[in-house]
Design a protein around this ligand. Structure first.
Ligand code: NAD
Length: 458
């Protein structure tokens, strides 16, 4: 089957047209990967480190071109796209150094001359299944540690980001041995075929698919991790500056048209919601919406026509259910998949918009009486990726943050934003398996072998 990827701002712009990798192609790629993995695991760590450094340099050298391709293929505003490519370079450099980290631990043995070691070793072939919204950073924050620790990588990108994945593979190819990093274009069928071949699996995408992938991996007996959706809340306490909090929340909710797993979908306002809501509507209306190639643009298109309909349908359903659409709620004129940034209030925490991820530029403002209600509303969803609190009072911030069931907590900071050198992941329906990024990545891409060495004489 042929797969096509089109530009969301100009759907008549065909970015790439390529044959999907079928089960046979996936099996062939896995065989090459397995051979490459064996040689790579035996390559000195210093050489693996140097190769990842060269990969970083290759990406840095093509930064402008990759940024433009990202703008074109997934509609990411150019300033964010440039920052993502720079992050990709940083990730490769960071894991180039981690290839030289201690590769295990020593424990007291049965005698003074005996050794008891727990050494990390690569799993073999790492399978990566990724979404389209961070088409450089997500593949790299999985691939770089996998490679650093001695694995080969098979990447199945989202069909909507196929052009970028193929370009990434071309750029990295001169730095890496043959077969070590391969891209398998395709959709669900290719993903399923990949699952049958690999030794560990890292997934990022929606909850529905992530669950399926984790079950399939477990049935095969391979370790997996799945990073999935979010419905992230920002809690605004009465002592917070409403304008400042609103500016931050507006950016986190609507930047890149809300298409981040860490986007703010719910603003939970303690006490009188009036001043914050007014400031938020003003801040959202000020965001530049339009061509993602323009430097000033903050909100570009959503990825597909279907995604656009999801946002307008969600706004209509919210209005029909008693919600008040404060701004937006409609598709914008023009050729691409543009939708006006949308804010809704006057809904309860059980409304669908306050319970299910839409994955677009839409957020709900929920009014609550006190911090107990705020914590209950924030936690009353099946997701648990990021939570944020806005206040000048450190004690209240710490107290509330400690009650949030999320993998990441941000105080006076947007829910969006990821530090690649720190562990990343969520609670509840947002994540499964070990954390990724930072030093945590080692958990999935290596296993531990415990080794005892005794003197020959006993
Ligand atoms: P998606 O779940 O539709 O697709 C993700 C990947 O899975 C794609 O490569 C897709 O082709 C593949 N896939 C689909 N069906 C499959 C199957 N049956 N077996 C194997 N692979 C299959 O997600 P998407 O639309 O690409 O991305 C948006 C979603 O990703 C949102 O829910 C968002 O919150 C989430 N996301 C999460 C994080 C995170 O780190 N938590 C980061 C970015 C995006």
């Amino acid at each position: 089957m042929v797969l096509v990827s089109r530009s969301p701002q100009r759907p008549d712009d065909l970015v790439v047209e390529v044959e999907e990798a079928d089960a046979e192609a996936v099996a062939g790629a896995a065989e090459r990967a397995r051979a490459a993995a064996g040689r790579w695991a035996a390559t000195p760590a210093l050489e693996r480190s140097a190769a990842l450094g060269a990969a970083a340099d290759a990406l840095a050298g093509a930064a402008a071109e990759v940024t433009d391709l990202m703008v074109r293929e997934v509609g990411k505003p150019v300033t964010e796209a440039g920052a993502e490519v720079a992050r990709g370079v940083g990730i490769l450099h960071y894991y180039a150094q981690q290839a030289l980290d201690p590769d295990g631990e020593t424990y007291p043995g049965p005698g003074p001359a005996a050794l008891l070691l727990a050494r990390r070793r690569p799993r073999g072939v790492a399978g990566l299944i990724t979404p389209w919204n961070f088409p450089v950073a997500i593949p790299l924050w999985k691939a770089a540690p996998a490679l650093a620790f001695g694995n080969a990588v098979l990447l199945k990108p989202s069909p909507d980001a196929t052009g970028l994945a193929l370009r990434l593979a071309e750029l990295l190819a001169p730095a890496l041995p043959d077969g070590l990093f391969q891209v398998l274009p395709g959709g669900a069928g290719t993903g399923e075929a990949l699952l049958d071949q690999v030794d560990c699996l890292s997934f990022t995408g929606s909850v529905a698919v992530g669950r399926q992938v984790a079950v399939a991996a477990t049935e095969r007996g391979i370790p997996s991790q799945a990073e999935m959706g979010g419905l992230n809340a920002s809690i605004v306490l009465p002592d917070a500056d409403p304008e400042r909090a609103a500016t931050v929340v507006a950016g986190a909710a609507m930047g890149y048209a809300g298409q981040k797993c860490t986007a703010t979908s719910r603003a939970i306002v303690v006490g009188d919601p009036g001043p914050f809501t007014e400031a938020l509507v003003a801040a959202v209306r000020e965001l530049a919406v339009g061509d993602p190639a323009e430097q000033a643009t903050v909100v570009g298109p959503v990825i597909t026509e279907q995604a656009m309909r999801r946002v307008t349908d969600a706004a209509e359903e919210a209005a029909a259910g008693g919600g008040r659409v404060l701004t937006g709620g409609r598709a914008l004129d023009g050729k691409g998949w543009f939708v006006a940034p949308t804010l809704v209030d006057s809904l309860g925490p059980d409304a669908r918009l306050a319970q299910e991820e839409v994955f677009g530029p839409i957020a709900v403002v929920l009014a609550v009486a006190d911090e107990d209600e705020a914590a209950a509303a924030a936690n009353g969803v099946r997701y648990g990726l990021v939570g944020s609190v806005f206040t000048r009072d450190l004690d209240r911030a710490l107290g509330l943050a400690a009650r949030l069931d999320t993998g990441m907590i941000r105080v006076n900071a947007p829910t969006s934003g990821v530090d690649f050198h720190a562990p990343f992941g969520g609670e509840k329906g947002s994540s499964f398996g070990p954390r990724e990024q930072g030093k945590a990545a080692r958990e999935l891409y290596t296993s531990t072998r415990t080794i005892s060495v005794l003197p020959h004489g006993g």
